[in-house]
Design a protein around this ligand. Structure first.
Ligand code: TLP
Length: 343
């Protein structure tokens, strides 16, 4: 059996999800008539501390409808240089929104309050005015770090005081809440909008939810339709999302435990595992010049049934999820250590 550490997106729906999907009550959601979609949206709004929510097809679509709802053409959105919105979403904010990314250093997972304040400049004909701050938690490219709730809360308050709206890319915000042992509202309630993924560690086959005020969701619904995301009998997939939110959150701790074990085994074997303040389900490995490149190591391991993604020529990422258990992690570590020897 292949051990797939490419991403937690590869998880397949559980038996319970498949049963819920086949039994789901459905209607046409573009008319607002799908009872299962409504139930998922109410559940997500309640969990995150918001008035309303919208089921969307993916994390990328959720972030994009949020950006389009918060910003008009010519506005600026403050984004971290390592964040997913800036690196991996095809530049949708610029392409479809005419929104200017105002890029800040988010090393460690959070930009500093100083650099966010510095971008909230007085009106000036030269500037794209900053309207929105985008945050990410857990922060994917920063090691899957679960951002510290205190520093996060301070930054959100500072941004709101400076007149910005705040959007959280919470693709893995439940991983962050589980890692810090806090209610997810700690990260979601104070922001203007949050996007959370059902299809990553929570195991649903498709979908994300965007949460915010009723007025924000009214606008987001318009943008979702414009983007082709108005689905019809979407309760078939939303039902799996309900199971994801009700049943799959607490078990994320197992994924974190497996990632910690993987990191320890690789470190003990002499590999340079990147350190992370509050690790979750990701392990990033840096490769010194004496070792083969990330692509070569990934290819060699792949031939032995252990697959993962290089993220740059000398860095690769390993992600744990519910299709990977402790025995898999031990086997994966052994294969990687054997294949990552100097050639
Ligand atoms: N991340 C994927 C890849 O796109 C890199 C992964 O395998 O980790 N925000 C964050 C923080 C994400 O990590 C991702 C997906 C998204 C948004 C987008 O979600 P989808 O793939 O549903 O559009």
């Amino acid at each position: 059996m292949m051990i797939d550490l490419r991403s937690d997106t590869i998880t397949r729906p559980t038996e319970e999800m498949r049963k819920a999907m086949s039994a789901a009550e459905v209607g046409d959601d573009v008319y607002g008539e799908d009872p299962t979609v409504r139930r998922l949206e109410e559940l997500a709004a309640g969990l995150t501390g918001h008035e309303a929510a919208l089921f969307v097809t993916s994390g990328t679509q959720g972030n994009l409808v949020a950006l389009l709802s918060h910003c008009a053409r010519g506005d600026g959105a403050i984004v971290g240089k390592e964040c997913h919105i800036y690196n991996y979403e095809g530049g949708g904010l610029a392409v479809l929104g005419g929104v200017m990314p105002l890029v800040v250093d988010d090393t460690g997972g959070l930009p500093s309050t100083e650099c966010v304040r510095a971008l909230c400049r007085d009106e000036n004909v030269h500037f794209a005015p900053a309207r929105l701050l985008c945050l990410e938690n857990t922060h994917n490219r920063e090691g899957g770090n679960a951002v510290d709730p205190v520093a996060y809360g301070e930054l959100v308050r500072c941004a709101i005081d400076a007149g910005l709206a705040v959007h959280l890319d919470g693709a893995r915000v439940f991983n962050a809440a589980v890692a810090w042992k806090v209610d997810v509202k700690e990260f979601t309630a104070a922001v203007d909008s949050v996007q959370l993924c059902l299809s990553k560690g929570l195991g649903a086959p498709v979908g994300s939810v965007v949460c915010g005020s009723k007025e924000f969701i009214r606008q987001a619904r318009h943008w979702r339709k414009l983007l082709g995301g108005g689905l019809r009998q979407a309760g078939v997939i939303a039902s799996a999302g309900i199971v994801a939110l009700e049943r799959m959150v607490s078990r994320l701790a197992e994924d974190h435990g497996n990632a910690a074990l993987l990191a320890t085994l690789l470190r003990e074997g002499g590999m340079d595992v990147e350190s992370c303040a509050k690790p979750t389900n990701m392990v990033y490995v840096s490769l010194s010049p004496s070792l083969p490149g990330a692509k070569e190591i990934a290819e060699r391991c792949g031939k032995r049934g252990v697959v993962f993604n290089p993220t740059s020529p000398r860095r690769f990422r390993l992600v744990t999820h519910f299709d990977v258990d402790e025995a898999d992690v031990r086997k994966a570590a052994a294969v990687i250590l054997e294949e990552a020897r100097p050639s």
